[in-house]
Design a protein around this ligand. Structure first.
Ligand code: ADP
Length: 498
């Protein structure tokens, strides 16, 4: 028997999962690590702790499984994207805490790039909308912040990497400074057409090329983990950013195949094949993965508030004890009693793009109760997803073939039924909702030659349930129309005098 070890470096915790060759989970271990919030809106992590917790869970998962270490075929890494780490190449020690993707400290720098008229240039080259989320402005910040760092960087003493790079660097004992295309394309420094770091953008941000990692395909031999770390040398042969790994783990290999991950927020990615498709509506164009010489692209749209709306109902309003109770509550009523929720807690994303918008509840009447509110909230998650998916279809001109779902809130059958109804298309949930880690394991399996190709992986992907649309077309039409009215109403509130 051969096994694949997935290292899933998340935003709040690290997990290691051992998969057998058929994609079944053999063992897993998970550990949280510290988050630092030095100022409102700022988020930092300790790169050494990210590495040490990851190593810890890897050792734990292996020892729990009881398998022989020699039977671990390869390691696959997947990670929180964009989070920025700079370290000393000689010692492997970070020169600054990791600046996490969520951190808003470089908002002004991003704004300055927009004000300088660089929006089109950056979008054309990188597929991204200028934002502080991406690594570029975070790197520039650290280079400015740490005295003498830019000079050291120019002398080749400093390395930059996202979390995957840092893990690879440490696991290989400093022998490999590399990343894969799916991570590189989220830095806002990588040209997704030429598939190289973009000198013009590097010059604009005064980032020395010397700090950048080598970029490889997602399935590639990145190096061996050092023998003393996991008991023997294990090749690292798959690396993917978390959302792309989920798309891969969901076996969305054909253009038009899409997945939606319903977590705290929701992330929709659609495979668009071998051509990068620019978005006219602020969706992101990313590299999904590269295998051999073949690059596959994706369109990406995110919904800022999804599962966190249910958390809000639970924790702030005290409507339930567990998020999973939302399903029975929603089903206990026949409709929402005219209620609609627009959960614009942090603004609205695609296709509305309004950062000033705040949430609203409309249609309140005396008969409305908490179950109606819960039902309307679950509907809102599906309606926001609908908007992003429709935008994606329009932008790409592709017929969406399938929507596969994962993430914590995808366990909610009512939400999935509602999603199918609103989309008027089937929604498919896999048996294993570990899409991200599976994606990394599968990619490592391809990189190590364990799997011969995508067909083999496709056969390993198993569906749990298909949710088919059942809504009366008039009702559906009405619901979507009402939703767009509710959004308009919510946006109108932003027009008030400050
Ligand atoms: P993340 O990876 O973003 O931390 P998860 O994929 O673990 O998120 O999903 C957790 C989120 O899903 C929470 O916001 C929670 O409120 C929501 N959630 C979990 N189970 C359910 C459920 N059965 N119904 C609705 N929402 C749920």
């Amino acid at each position: 028997m051969s096994y694949l070890l997935a290292l899933d470096a998340g935003t709040t915790s690290n997990r290691a999962i051992l998969f057998d060759g058929r994609g079944q989970v053999l063992s897993q271990a998970q550990r949280e690590f510290s988050q630092y919030f030095p100022q409102p809106g700022w988020v930092e992590q300790d790169p050494v702790q990210i590495y040490s917790t990851m190593l810890g869970v890897a050792v734990e998962a292996i020892s729990q499984s009881g398998i022989q270490k020699k039977d671990i075929q390869a390691i696959g890494i997947t990670n929180q994207r964009e989070t920025t780490i700079l370290w000393d190449k000689k010692t492997g020690q970070p020169v600054h805490r990791a600046i996490v993707w969520q951190c808003r400290r470089t908002t002004d720098r991003a704004e300055a790039l927009r004000a300088a008229g660089l929006t089109d240039l950056i979008q054309k080259k990188t597929g991204l909308v200028i934002d502080a989320y991406f690594s570029a402005t975070k790197i520039a910040y650290i280079l400015d912040q740490v005295p003498g760092l830019r000079d050291r960087a120019k002398r080749g003493e400093i390395a930059f990497g996202t979390v995957d790079s840092y893990l690879i660097y440490r696991l290989t004992g400093g022998r490999t400074h590399a990343t894969d295309v799916s991570n590189a394309c989220r830095t806002m420094l990588y040209n997704i057409h030429t598939e190289d770091w973009d000198q013009e953008i590097l010059d604009i941000l005064d980032i020395p090329r010397e700090i950048l990692p080598q970029v490889y395909p997602s399935s590639h031999f990145f190096g061996h983990s050092q023998a003393e770390l996991l008991g023997r040398e294990i090749p690292i042969t798959g690396v993917l950013g978390d959302q792309q790994a989920a798309l891969f783990g969901q076996a969305c290999f054909e253009p038009g195949e899409a997945k939606n991950t319903y977590g705290t927020g929701a992330f929709v990615l659609m495979n668009t094949g071998h051509n990068p498709i620019p978005s006219s509506q602020g969706l992101l164009t990313s590299i999904a993965w590269k295998m051999g010489q073949e690059t596959t692209y994706a369109l990406e749209g995110s919904i800022f508030v999804a599962g966190s709306l249910i958390q809000w109902l639970r924790d702030q309003l005290g409507l339930m004890e567990k998020a999973s109770q939302s399903e029975a509550m929603a089903r206990s009523v026949e409709d929402t009693h005219g209620l609609m929720v627009v959960p614009a807690f942090t603004g609205l994303g695609a296709p509305y793009w309004n950062s000033k918008a705040r949430g609203s509840i409309v249609g309140l009447s005396r008969g409305a109760n908490k179950n109606h509110l819960v039902r309307a909230s679950l509907e809102a998650i599906a309606l926001l997803s609908y908007d992003v998916i429709k935008t994606m279809e329009l932008d790409s001109g592709l017929d969406r073939k399938v929507l596969k779902v994962d993430g914590g809130a995808a366990q909610n059958n009512f939400l999935m039924e509602t999603q199918a109804n609103i989309l008027n298309a089937p929604v498919i949930r896999p048996r294993s909702i570990e899409s991200t880690a599976r994606g990394a394991a599968f990619m490592a399996g391809i990189g190590s030659g364990y799997y011969r190709g995508l067909e083999e992986i496709k056969d390993l992907w198993q569906e749990d349930r298909v949710f088919r649309p059942q809504m009366d077309p008039d009702l559906r039409h009405r619901l979507i129309q009402d939703w767009h009215h509710a959004v308009k109403n919510c946006l109108a509130w932003t027009q008030r005098e400050e």
